[in-house]
Design a protein around this ligand. Structure first.
Ligand SMILES: Cc1ncc(C[n+]2csc(CCOP(=O)(O)OP(=O)(O)O)c2C)c(N)n1
Ligand SMILES: [Mg+2]
Length: 599
């Protein structure tokens, strides 16, 4: 067995698992690891942003684009505490991050050395990180590293992907032992579970009997890379598709069978189809509150009177919110392939089978288009939100990647963006961590260097991580930031407006005694950092500015002034108990037995 330093073993294992990057920030705790990375700098590159939060968002976004993980590296104490939020972002959205954290030397455990977290237990970072990772490992000797590394890598990628932590005391990087490099972990997507033939037959019975079926696709479809099978299945049977945010693009959203997103800020046809459906086939989707109108019947869904087939590989998600009629603990792509195989065998005649359902859906789509489309044509200053979405759609090619941040700007993209390819629309959906888009776009671009990568970030989100500008310049990462500048934490301000009668406090940015709206001059800020930038206040100018920024092929910021007073129309609802929920602005709750309603 070769005698190796712990840090060398870790670095070799990252290389053996084909990780081209480590996103990390130095500290005295991890200098041993940095030295091992120096040794291998021709095979694995350290990218060092200015905040640990950014490092973890970058790794998360990198995985979402490529389905190949990379590592983060942070030091002991505060540096590693800075990655808690982005790790939960990754955990909530099933994204893999291999988070290596440093700790104090084992020789000094419990003596309260510099930066030890030890109020209740020695070197206690694993207790801090525990709720936000699939598993945390703390090998305290070099000979414990091979097992910990292999288990961590395997856990991260097996089943539902998620972040893991390997917490390494300072001396374990530096000390040497006789150790063997463990075998690399199976790559993402190589181990898949399926359903039994009986289960597939039972599903197909339900599906072929249904008069008003819909597919509801989530991140599980993206993660299982099932776009081709999903498209074939939906088209073969003519089943309309509702997309959850992280499922967007698996089914081309410009296709007539695509109904868009569902929930409060969903598209009207999706909510209509969801609440009128007699069968929902949910694939890798989890019916969270925002895509289920807070589970209030009749707004987005009507379970249990609607039948439910629920496919997920995480048993915790099967039936968490709605008990399924058929629950399949299985991989989405495998199940779709099985269903397609069974369909081929049975070759059912489907000509016109769902014609009445399609006709209803077309009416809803027409109503929705009539209501929304005129606003996409309007020019204004500040700019109407619809125009920003429409011009992004017009300028960006189908393979461009959008890294969305959090806020009302995101709601607009949820409602109107039409993703055409899988893994092109990155959202912090489950945890909504501000900074995900502005920072994640850097990781996305490293994952897809030949494709345009654009962050849509609110003024509030961007000011949480403005130092991303430095990282783009330092590492020459040509991304575009579109700052959706409405001079407010507008999504939260809108809640204050709606719930507390306009008593606005702490939700908008002001300066001076007359409460003049305030924000930094984002374009000047960018230029000061070495990033090209433009300020756009008129809608006529946005499209050209975006074209220019994308073509420039260097880091570029567009400060786009958007009207905060135009709000996305609610087509479902969202409730924060005990506050009463609001009726949709467009469309109505519908319960089984109610007469059919339109518009
Ligand atoms: C780290 C973090 N802090 C606070 C919040 C709560 N929050 C959600 S949206 C939002 C405001 C976002 O403001 P901005 O980026 O300007 O987007 P807008 O809603 O104005 O479009 C806040 C504070 C959060 N989700 N994440
Ligand atoms: Mg804002």
């Amino acid at each position: 067995m070769p005698r190796m330093k712990g840090a060398d073993l870790i670095a070799d294992y990252l290389v053996a698992n084909k990780m081209p990057y480590v996103f990390g920030i130095c500290g005295h705790g991890n200098v041993g690891m940095l030295d091992a990375l120096y040794e291998r700098r021709d095979r694995i590159k350290l990218v060092s942003p200015r905040h640990e939060q950014v490092a973890a968002h970058m790794a998360d976004a990198y995985f979402r684009v490529r389905h190949e993980p990379v590592a983060t590296l942070t030091s002991c104490g505060p540096g590693s505490c800075n990655i808690i939020m982005p790790l939960q972002v990754a955990l909530s959205d099933s994204s893999a991050v291999f988070a290596i954290t440093a700790n104090v030397p084992t020789q000094q455990f419990n003596r309260s050395p510099f930066q030890e977290i030890n109020k209740h237990f020695q070197a206690d970072f694993p207790n801090i990180v525990r709720p936000v990772v699939k598993r945390s490992f703390q090998p305290t000797r070099v000979d414990m590293l091979p097992l910990a590394l292999r288990q961590a890598m395997t856990t991260m990628l097996s089943g539902r992907p998620g972040p893991v932590n390997v917490d390494v005391p300072f001396n374990v990087f530096q000390e040497a032992d006789d150790v063997e490099l463990p075998p690399p972990a199976p790559r993402h997507g190589t181990q898949r579970s399926g359903a039994s033939p009986d289960e597939i037959a039972a599903c197909l019975e339900l599906i072929l009997k249904a008069q008003r079926p819909v597919l509801f696709i989530g991140h599980g479809v993206t993660l299982s890379e099932a776009s081709r099978e999903l498209t074939a299945f939906a088209r073969r049977l003519g089943i309309p598709v509702i997309s959850s945010p992280n499922g967007m693009g698996c089914y081309d959203m410009t296709d007539p069978l695509s109904l868009g997103f569902i929930g409060r800020n969903g598209a009207f046809p999706a909510n209509q189809a969801g609440r009128h459906a007699d069968l929902v086939i949910a694939l890798g989707a989890r019916f969270d509150d925002r895509s289920a109108s807070s589970w209030l019947p009749g707004y987005s869904w009507n379970f249990p009177s609607t039948k439910l087939i629920h496919v997920d590989l995480d048993p915790d998600e099967l039936g968490r919110n709605y008990p399924p009629d058929i629950g399949l603990l299985a991989d989405a792509r495998t199940v779709l392939r099985q269903l397609l195989g069974e369909l081929e065998r049975r070759a059912p005649q489907r000509e016109g089978a769902l014609e009445a359902w399609h006709a209803e859906i077309r009416t809803w789509q027409a109503e929705w288009d009539k209501f929304t489309q005129p606003n996409f044509e309007l020019h204004a200053s500040p700019i109407r939100p619809e125009r920003v979405v429409a011009d992004c759609q017009a300028v960006l090619p189908p393979d461009a990647i959008l890294a969305c941040d959090v806020g009302v700007n995101h709601n607009w993209y949820m409602q109107f963006w039409r993703a055409r390819r899988p893994q092109t629309m990155l959202n912090s959906w489950g945890f909504s961590g501000m900074g995900f888009g502005a920072a994640g776009v850097l990781g996305a671009k490293l994952a897809a260097p030949d494709r345009p990568c654009v962050a849509i970030a609110g003024d509030g989100c961007f000011t949480m991580v403005p130092h991303v500008l430095c990282t783009a310049v330092e590492y020459d990462i040509p991304v575009v930031w579109v700052i959706w500048n409405n001079f407010a934490w507008a999504s939260i301000r809108d809640i204050q407006m709606g719930m507390f009668g306009g008593r606005e406090l702490g939700t908008a940015f002001y300066q001076g005694p007359n409460n003049k709206p305030y924000n930094p001059d984002f374009a000047a800020w960018a230029r000061a950092s070495g990033v090209d930038a433009l300020t756009v206040t008129k809608s006529e100018d946005f499209k050209g500015a975006l074209e220019h920024a994308v073509k420039a092929n260097k880091p570029f910021l567009l400060d786009v002034h958007v009207d905060a007073e135009v709000r996305p129309p609610a087509t479902g609802t969202w409730q924060l108990p005990p506050t009463p929920y609001r009726e949709p602005a467009f469309g109505k709750r519908w319960l089984p037995g109610d007469p059919l309603t339109v518009g």
